[in-house]
Design a protein around this ligand. Structure first.
Ligand SMILES: [Zn+2]
Ligand SMILES: [Zn+2]
Length: 204
């Protein structure tokens, strides 16, 4: 069995041999050199481009060669290369390559390397989007909790302010009452306070 390497190409047109187009399959001429049928039928005069031996168009023979199982379509290789170059690049460029890949894959039922790459990439993108959403949610929560902390700090400060204001007011009222009780007791020594508990501490 003779197997043609995926990178083998016709030495005249430099196109890779294709099994889909009969014109592009390898053909041998009597000198032993091999080219695609399309090129051989266009060489004028018909002499081998490599060794200059003449041939006639009836004398070139189709070669029954096989392609290896793992052969990859050259378009697929090009798309794979583009994919590798763009997968982490700007989103619009990646979207362009992805749509090119999808249209190529729509004609292919096989589980090709490009299909696997496309599936892995779309999984990666889904995970990346999810991660981005989670990160934004977390940042939002962080902002909210910082705002709440600030409000709590303000409320505490206000509470201290109000408490100390009323404490001062109470001290003021208390000293005013003490002075007046002393005056009443001094002016009217017989006055009995309604309840001993109303007396300031030092009078009890
Ligand atoms: Zn050719
Ligand atoms: Zn030749």
């Amino acid at each position: 069995m003779l197997v043609v390497h995926p990178s083998s190409c016709c030495d005249i047109c430099l196109d890779p041999y294709s099994w889909e187009t009969p014109e592009c399959t390898p053909h041998a001429i009597p000198c032993g050199h091999i080219f695609c049928r399309r090129c051989l039928s266009h060489v004028d005069p018909p002499t081998c481009p490599l060794c200059r031996k003449a041939y006639t168009s009836e004398r070139f023979k189709k070669l029954h060669v096989d392609r290896p199982d793992e052969v990859v379509d050259p378009t697929e290789v090009t798309l794979l290369q583009k994919f590798v170059l763009k997968w982490d690049g700007p989103e619009d460029e990646l979207a362009e390559v992805t749509s090119e890949v999808n249209s190529w894959l729509s004609d292919t039922a096989d589980d090709t390397p490009l299909k696997k790459a496309r599936d892995v990439l779309s999984r990666y993108q889904r995970i990346r989007t999810k991660l981005e959403q989670e990160r934004r949610k977390f940042q939002q929560q962080e902002r909210t909790s910082r705002a709440l902390e600030e409000q709590l700090e303000l409320a505490k400060a206000r509470e201290v302010e109000i408490t100390s204001y009323w404490e001062q007011q109470l001290v003021g009222i208390h000293s005013f009452l003490e002075v007046n009780v002393l005056i009443i007791l001094f002016r009217f020594p017989t006055t009995k306070l309604a309840s001993p508990s109303c007396k300031p501490r030092y009078l009890q």
